[in-house]
Ligand binder design. Structure first.
Ligand SMILES: Cc1cc2nc3c(=O)[nH]c(=O)nc-3n(C[C@H](O)[C@H](O)[C@H](O)COP(=O)(O)OP(=O)(O)OC[C@H]3O[C@@H](n4cnc5c(N)ncnc54)[C@H](O)[C@@H]3O)c2cc1C
Length: 267
């Protein structure tokens, strides 16, 4: 690890001021950033720890939306009665991120800012039509995730909250890599009124919506509706963990699981 300066501001204004300087990076739970720095994959002059900035963590209902602060840990999302009441599929997703240690340090803001192609939250944000609130603007989730480990964030911009519209029902199906617990394929489905949205993670270079799955579920929101669908697999990856055909099949199987979960959670 290269040497660096460490700052722990107590206001968002101070955090933004330090970040406006040369080569400064945000530190959330450090789950990805610190190992990357130790391996010298990433280096910076200044680390700006957000943990003492008030107002960045917590979960609140705001009308028909659920607002989750960027520094909210996965374990807190998983345990929240409010999340379990409003979007139980999201609480269930958070409960299966990594292991206990990762869930108690990792944050929703860090997860989406990192935009690992196999991370779970991006699928939930895109399928639920969430918005990402930053220090300067509001970005729709579909415009936020721009590519592998890439987002629409500008240098010095901080994610402050994620705003989730509350759906009628939602669920997530994930086939986890046994080694890392990241998704080999994960599908989040959300139904609001007559509209179904489905987003896929782990199977492509970046989270993407699956129109074939959405179309089939718009006709009938049942696992059976997905029995005979064929995916347009243009976005599906082939790598050492799973080839393209295997992943395409896994996406459909996980979509069925997501629908089963959504129906079960809706009671
Ligand atoms: C062993 C292991 C297993 C894991 N398994 C899973 C899994 O199954 N599913 C899954 O989804 N994830 C998994 N993760 C990732 C984990 O859930 C974390 O969310 C992720 O590592 C980011 O960690 P963090 O929140 O501590 O952010 P950090 O590591 O502190 O930061 C990550 C990046 O985001 C930036 N950043 C952080 N917060 C903000 C902000 N508010 N605004 C702007 N930029 C910000 C940082 O500058 C950095 O570039 C795993 C991680 C590990 C180490």
């Amino acid at each position: 690890m290269r040497s660096f300066d460490y700052q722990k501001p107590t206001t968002i204004e101070d955090a933004l001021s330090v970040l406006s300087g040369e080569d400064a990076m945000v530190l959330a739970g450090g789950m990805t950033l610190l190992p990357s720095m130790k391996q010298r994959l990433i280096s910076c002059e200044t680390l700006v720890d957000l943990s003492a900035v008030p107002g960045l963590s917590g979960i609140a209902r705001e009308g028909d939306r659920l607002a989750i602060g960027a520094m909210t840990r996965h374990a807190d999302v998983a345990a929240s009665d409010l999340v379990k009441e409003t979007i139980p599929g999201l609480a269930a997703l958070a409960a299966h991120i990594g292991d206990q240690q990762v869930r108690h340090r990792g944050t929703i803001g860090g997860s989406i800012s990192n935009n690992d192609p196999a991370a779970d939250y991006p699928a939930a944000l895109v399928a639920l039509g969430a918005e990402v609130e930053t220090s300067t603007r509001i970005i729709p989730a579909e415009a936020f995730f721009t590519g592998m480990f890439e987002t629409a964030l500008e240098p010095g911009e901080i994610v402050t909250r994620v705003l989730f519209p509350v759906p009628d029902m939602a669920g997530y199906g994930k086939f986890a890599s046994p080694a890392s617990r990241y998704a080999l394929a994960g599908v989040f489905v959300a139904k609001t009124g007559d509209v179904v949205r489905a987003a896929v993670t782990g199977a492509g270079p970046c989270v993407f919506r699956a129109p074939d799955i959405e179309e089939a579920l718009n006709g009938s929101f049942t696992p059976e509706a997905l029995e005979r669908i064929t995916l347009d697999g243009t976005e599906i990856l082939s790598d050492m963990h799973a080839d393209r055909d295997y992943r395409m099949n896994l996406v459909v199987v996980m979509a069925r699981k997501a629908v089963e979960t959504a129906l079960k959670l809706a009671g």
